[in-house]
Design a protein around this ligand. Structure first.
Ligand SMILES: *Cc1c(COP(=O)(O)O)cnc(C)c1O
Length: 378
């Protein structure tokens, strides 16, 4: 059976294992050497490493292109921005992953890049903004608003204007979306999240198409990685490949639980709005009581871990606006839920307790709630 015949659930298990000669390890070895005997495929570990190659082969095959591992998701973002000429123009959504928005805003302020902030769902605004642009940045679903973008449409507009398109595929992973098939030029991953999947690795990746243009872009990204020195640790890369083996089962469970929880959350009196695109394992809810109500929820969970980040086996909960860098388009009362692989009924019971804390918070501030000892009392 050829690897290409297999379903994705099989491919995450089989890819990147090498030829399997008698006596070879079934799992690829962790290569820690910084340098290699001369005249082989790799000479120095800032340029290449067999453990990187194993992970890159696996991710590249899943996305349908050429993958490169970077030291973090943000290092992958920086590598993609190196494709833009000095003083060039980037079209980007105002509400996206805060690190991307912050780095673009910083470069715009410094004058090294010009950024046109556009709602990617606004087709007319996008059509105008791409004129003369070098790169269009998209994130679908977006973090944490979970807005969807028609990638094919953005690619058509951008390519007609001569701009490259980069898509952050962190929330989907190649199992839920393969942006290269929509014509996107560079796919970006925070491998830290679902691909590694256990909240114990910081890592990033870029993937470009396998055709001539994609190969040329991969060469430039590889050149950037080598000279910027933003190289991934072999240990992190090895852990990410191990995490990838279970991506399909982790995602299957997490997505099923997310669909179930999103439906239940819609009927809860503490929830004013549920943002859930109908797939994936991230749900953003807007709760009653504003920022205080949201803080009450995150303080009250026991099973859901109050922490930043997402995509781990453990369910995580966070009020995103607690970070000063979070774009103001994100509501104060928005709580992002990253659904993990625990039992869904346990997750729901814990959420019910946490949501009642938001209701209690509202009742208290409107004076109808449990009385606290105040001045002249108690
Ligand atoms: C976390 C994240 C990043 C940044 O990745 P790091 O690995 O933390 O550097 C980029 N994009 C999205 C959508 C993310 O969630």
């Amino acid at each position: 059976m050829q690897p290409d015949d297999l379903a994705p659930a099989s491919r995450v298990v089989t890819l990147g294992r090498g030829p399997g000669r008698p006596g070879d390890g079934v799992s690829p070895p962790l290569e820690l050497s910084s340098t290699f005997h001369a005249d082989g495929p790799v000479d120095y570990a800032r340029v290449g490493n067999p453990t990187w190659t194993a992970f890159e082969e696996a991710l590249g095959a899943l996305e349908g292109g050429i993958a490169l591992v970077h030291s973090s998701g943000m290092a992958a973002v920086a590598a993609v921005l190196s494709l833009v000429p000095p003083g060039g123009t980037v079209v980007a959504p105002g509400a996206a992953y805060s690190g991307v928005v912050a780095t673009l805003a910083q470069r715009d302020a410094a004058g090294t890049l010009a950024v046109r902030w556009v709602d990617p769902g606004d087709r007319d605004a996008m059509a105008t903004a791409v004129t003369g642009a070098d790169l269009v940045w998209v994130e679908s679903p977006s973090n944490p608003l979970l807005d969807l973008v028609d990638l094919g449409d953005v690619v058509t507009l951008a390519h007609a204007a001569g701009a490259l398109v980069a898509a952050d595929n962190t929330f989907c992973t190649p199992l839920l979306a393969q942006p290269l098939t929509d014509g996107v030029d560079v796919v970006v991953h925070s491998v830290t999240k679902y691909l590694a999947g256990h909240s114990d690795v910081v890592l990033g990746a870029t993937v470009t198409a396998a055709d001539e243009t994609g190969q040329e872009l991969a060469g430039r990204l590889h050149g950037y990685r080598t000279l910027a020195g933003s190289v991934a640790g072999p240990m992190e890369t090895w852990l990410a490949l191990r995490g990838l083996r279970t991506l399909s089962v982790r995602l299957e469970r997490a997505c099923a639980s997310a669909a179930d929880l999103a439906a239940r959350l819609r009927d809860h009196p503490a929830v004013q709005r549920v943002r859930y695109p109908g797939f994936g394992a991230i749900i953003s809810i807007e709760v009653v009581g504003g920022a205080a109500g949201a803080e009450a929820v995150t303080a009250a969970t026991r099973l859901w871990v109050h922490s930043t980040s997402l995509g781990g086996v453990e369910s995580q909960v966070e009020r995103r606006r607690r970070h000063a860098a979070e774009p103001p388009a994100v509501p104060e009362a928005l709580v992002r839920l990253s659904v993990g692989i625990e039992d869904v009924e346990d997750l729901w019971r814990d959420l019910l307790t946490a949501l009642s804390a938001a209701l209690a918070c509202v009742a208290e501030t409107s004076g109808r709630g449990p009385r606290r000892p105040g001045p002249g009392r108690g």
